[in-house]
Ligand binder design. Structure first.
Ligand code: LMR
Length: 398
């Protein structure tokens, strides 16, 4: 049975953890996976999370099944965060949210839903995109194509290419868009640019599928939801995959959500009924702990304020590391303009390092980055940034 099974390649992101863990060198640095580490190189347990967990432990609550679509106060809190607490959609019956196993789980639910219920077979992702987008949609049965996004010459957005690419897709295609803190490039759209994208999506009857895994790591919670709110305002049906892995530092709890904006409350009911079947036939119902913790924080003004502050601290620290990296690369003799590292948003920098340079960083300096050149700036701190900047300068200069 298993003898014909061939060895699979390592996952381009999570596989780096395996390589990193196996590296015996002491001064190793993992700039691969998108995880925020604090100034001491530790994944933080947020104070707001700790308080919510303590209250939860004290409750000694029984562990029954959650509803297939997850915890209701959690789903509602997700909607408020995405659409804004005063959005008319919240009470419209048109918004459907299901708790999911992280952002990845939300993407898979949405992919399965559109495949089974809407007959979708083609999805377009940005070039480049999160490494797992292609694999996930292909595994769900889709043909995956790309639309232009990043312009390596300017380290910015190729807006005209993006608009044309989306326009040229077959009518009714699924278009995957990063709502903020684009992964891997850190290049985002502004209001006018989003409006142009929305017009093309509308004109071509495409299905917008927004991925928002880094809300709060760009400017703040409200501004980072810009794209979601513009799509909602435009009145287009839409899917939104969101995640609290990063913003709550709850990676292993798998807390995400899939939200769908439907056109009428009656349509919403039908969509929810089918989404529940997709969930039931995948994993039955979601786990309790992470959603309980997140709901406790989001639905309590005091804990919310603490969380927002902690999120701001993470965001500010990443920005400081961006600036420090630019300064240290220049101090190490790098001549080319690296100021774009400071403009990029979110946890990552699309550094411009080639695959060969990334391989050299691992071999020569035990510094692990994604083969595309993506480095996780959120893993830098005062103790490792000199080693990283010098090693990067070395491979850039030689
Ligand atoms: C990343 O891009 O590194 C994160 O989203 C983690 C993952 O699952 O790949």
């Amino acid at each position: 049975l298993f003898s014909p099974v061939e060895m699979a390649p390592r996952d381009p992101i999570l596989g780096l953890n395996e390589a990193f863990n196996a590296d015996p060198r002491e001064e190793k640095v993992n700039l691969g996976v998108g995880v925020y580490y604090d100034e001491n190189g530790k994944v933080p347990l947020l104070r707001a999370v700790q308080a919510a967990e303590e209250a939860r432990v004290a409750e000694h609550a029984p562990r029954t099944y959650l509803p297939m679509e997850g915890l209701a106060p959690y789903d509602l809190a997700v909607q408020k965060l995405l659409l804004g607490a005063d959005s008319a959609l919240l009470s419209s019956g048109r918004l459907i949210t299901a708790q999911s196993l992280g952002g990845t789980g939300a993407l898979k639910l949405g992919a399965d839903f559109l495949y089974r219920l809407s007959g979708k077979r083609l999805v377009a992702i940005s070039d480049p995109s999160w490494e797992n987008h292609r694999s996930l949609f292909e595994a769900a049965g889709y043909e995956v194509v790309t639309y232009p996004y990043y312009d390596p010459a300017t380290h910015g957005l190729n807006l005209q290419g993006m608009l044309q690419g989306i326009e040229q897709l077959p009518e009714g295609s699924v278009v995957l868009l990063h709502a903020c803190c684009h992964n891997p490039t850190g290049v985002d759209l502004g209001v006018d640019e989003w409006k142009q994208v929305i017009e093309v999506v509308r004109k071509r009857n495409h299905v917008p599928f927004l991925d928002i895994a880094y809300q709060g790591f760009g400017d703040n919670l409200e501004e980072d939801a810009l794209a979601v709110r513009l799509f909602a305002e435009a009145g287009l049906p839409c899917l939104i995959a969101s995640s609290f892995s990063k913003s709550f530092s709850l990676y292993g709890e798998r807390v995400g959500a899939l939200t769908l904006i439907t056109e009428t409350p009656e349509e919403g009911e039908r969509v929810l009924s089918q989404l529940k079947r997709v969930i039931r036939t995948n994993y039955s119902n979601p786990p309790t702990h992470g959603a309980k913790v997140v709901a406790a924080v989001l639905n309590n003004a005091e804990l919310y304020a603490i969380w927002e502050q902690e999120l701001a601290e993470m965001r500010v620290r990443v920005k400081q590391m961006r600036q420090a990296l630019v300064e240290k690369l220049q101090a190490a003799g790098v001549q080319q303009d690296v100021s774009f590292i400071q403009q990029q948003r979110g946890m990552f920098s699309f550094s411009g390092l080639t695959r060969e340079q990334v391989a050299r960083l691992a071999e020569e300096s035990a510094i692990y980055a994604v083969g595309s050149g993506r480095i996780c700036v959120a893993a830098l701190n005062d103790n490792n940034i000199d080693v990283v900047a010098n090693a990067m300068a070395k491979v850039l200069l030689e």
